[in-house]
Design a protein around this ligand. Structure first.
Ligand code: F6R
Length: 290
């Protein structure tokens, strides 16, 4: 059998999903006043998803944008009895080569900021392992298989890099890519330097779910906050779909929402339209908003 090229596979994926879901919806854009409102809204979406499906398969990201979401979910768990006992999580990515237990590994950050404060059983938590290895293909294939055998991801939360990456799918990543090791751009290495000590070199590579993996999630929630993300948000939401801006692939997802604060939305041309579209969605298809 002839091998299909990634473009063909992606078109197949998009068409297949159109048929499966009946509608190919546009990306919803929800603009919040500030980071606090963004975090509360993101937590509301995730909590509602968990309340509707107790064994939600939840895809998670790491980074400063996610912190408010995790704090709010912890608060809901403590004060509003949000029960996460049956939730299964899959993290997008992990640095390659940090010593085990390094405070800035995504594993350490996720436990410190989130998992240690809620009731997701440890065996339900999945993060890629960034230990250097010589069998990445097999290891990454197994991570994909874990996602598949769990039934796929119901809701994938994403952050956005200044260079438009989602997960660590740096510019020029294939739009059909799967979990694999990825070299980080200089921009990403420099952006991450703030988390590391003055004499410490941030990692230059990571294992990340691919764009193809992310597009298979049933719902996607992209978070972006602050003026530094305004360019990437505009390119992702209103630019052409291109491997140069990985997040632009979300324009082809059937149920993607970009949740961005005013500063991050500053370069969007159609802000007024997005507000009206959100209002209309609340009336016509509120299920999309959870
Ligand atoms: C990490 C990840 C990345 C970050 C992005 C933004 O798991 O998925 O795509 O979300 O680099 O990071 P912050 O939020 O720190 O600006």
């Amino acid at each position: 059998m002839r091998k299909a090229c990634p473009g063909v596979l992606l078109r197949y994926h998009v068409e297949h999903e159109r048929v499966r879901s009946g509608v190919a919806a546009n990306m919803l854009v929800h603009i919040t006043k500030d980071f606090e409102e963004l975090s509360r809204e993101a937590a509301r979406v995730v909590a509602n998803a968990i309340r509707k499906k107790h064994d939600l398969r939840l895809g998670l990201a790491t980074g400063s944008t996610q912190l408010g979401l995790y704090q709010e979910l912890v608060r809901m768990h403590r004060q509003e009895q949000l029960d996460l006992a049956r939730v299964v999580t899959f993290n997008l990515d992990e640095y390659i080569g940090l010593p085990s237990g390094h405070p800035q590994s995504f594993r350490s950050v996720m436990f410190r900021d989130f998992f240690d404060h809620i009731n997701i059983p440890r065996e339900n938590i999945h993060l890629p392992d960034g230990t250097p290895r010589n069998d990445y293909e097999q290891y990454c294939g197994e991570y994909e298989e874990e996602i598949r055998s769990a039934g796929g991801i119901d809701l994938q939360v994403l952050g956005l890099g200044k260079d438009g990456h989602i997960g660590f799918n740096e510019p020029t990543s294939s739009l059909a890519s799967r979990t694999r090791p990825k070299t980080l751009t200089r921009q990403t290495v420099e952006d991450n330097r703030r988390f590391f000590g003055a004499n410490e070199e941030p990692p230059h590579a990571a294992i990340t779910m691919g764009i193809g993996t992310i597009l298979e999630a049933r719902r996607v929630l992209l978070l972006a906050s602050g003026a530094a993300k305004a360019r990437a948000v505009a390119l992702a939401v209103e630019g052409p779909v291109t491997a140069s801006v990985s997040a632009s692939a979300l324009q082809m997802h059937r149920n993607a929402t970009a949740l961005v604060d005013r500063e991050a939305a500053a370069n969007l041309l159609h802000r007024e339209y997005y507000e009206r579209a959100l209002e209309m969605t609340r009336k016509l298809t509120p299920g999309r908003l959870w």
